[in-house]
Write a protein that binds this ligand. Sequence first.
Ligand SMILES: C[S@@+](CC[C@H](N)C(=O)[O-])C[C@H]1O[C@@H](n2cnc3c(N)ncnc32)[C@H](O)[C@@H]1O
Length: 243
Amino acid sequence: MRDDIAICVKKNGDRDLAGSMSRKLGVPVGDREGDGLTLLFDSKGVSLTGYGLTYQGDFEGMLHRVTEGRLQHEMLSRVAKTDEKGLNAIDATAGMGEDGFLIAALGYEVTLYEQNPVIAVLLKDAIRRAKKHPVLKEIAMRMHVVEGDSVELMPKSMDKIDLIYLDPMFPKRQKSGLINKKLQLIQKLEPPCSAETDLFNAAVEAGPGKIVVKRPLKSPFLDGRNPNYTLKGKAIRYDCYVV
Ligand SMILES: C[S@@+](CC[C@H](N)C(=O)[O-])C[C@H]1O[C@@H](n2cnc3c(N)ncnc32)[C@H](O)[C@@H]1O
């Protein structure tokens, strides 16, 4: 039984989903928020609240990044862009799926692995809502969340994988207050990341065409492995490995 999170259902919240999370986490369902973190089910969907903050996955806020020719200006486009159709990608460290969403916007079918059940349910809910949006739905339909450890699951993948994306660590410091606020609650949940060597080896074992690793600009290469090439931005960089 966990004591670090409460589950609360309010009016028009999804009771069945709350019940299944209750069994998974070993936490009773209540009708009041807890003192610390609470997974809240209400008419707006699923959100995480606590410490005066509320966080809900939201792809609508990313609309401006994928419409009106903006997608091609994303750094991620420069390392993952393709004109081919029907390509498959794995986002092995899905988190709240923002990068996975951009990869899906580029046309890939994306399997998103997330090991944390609370983050996974928030992500699934964000995708569910995006599927109702007239523009976002086409992208959201290509996003498939699998709850579990990608180190175990990736090598078992039967599909041909064109791209594997790894972004294992939430950055410790963020300059933007907004990002800070948004991540504060999620960061409270994040379990320690898998060992870098295990993650990288599992990605290679899945046999992708390319592995892209997102890193804070100045951090060392994942598992100390030299990439074939790197694309640098102001705060982050993408290390690319042609497998
Ligand atoms: C930095 S966040 C990813 C953020 C994501 N790129 C985004 O755009 O929202 C890292 C996430 O990877 C997850 N994670 C780390 N190792 C994992 C593994 N082996 N399998 C599945 N998920 C993993 C963590 O639980 C966390 O939610």
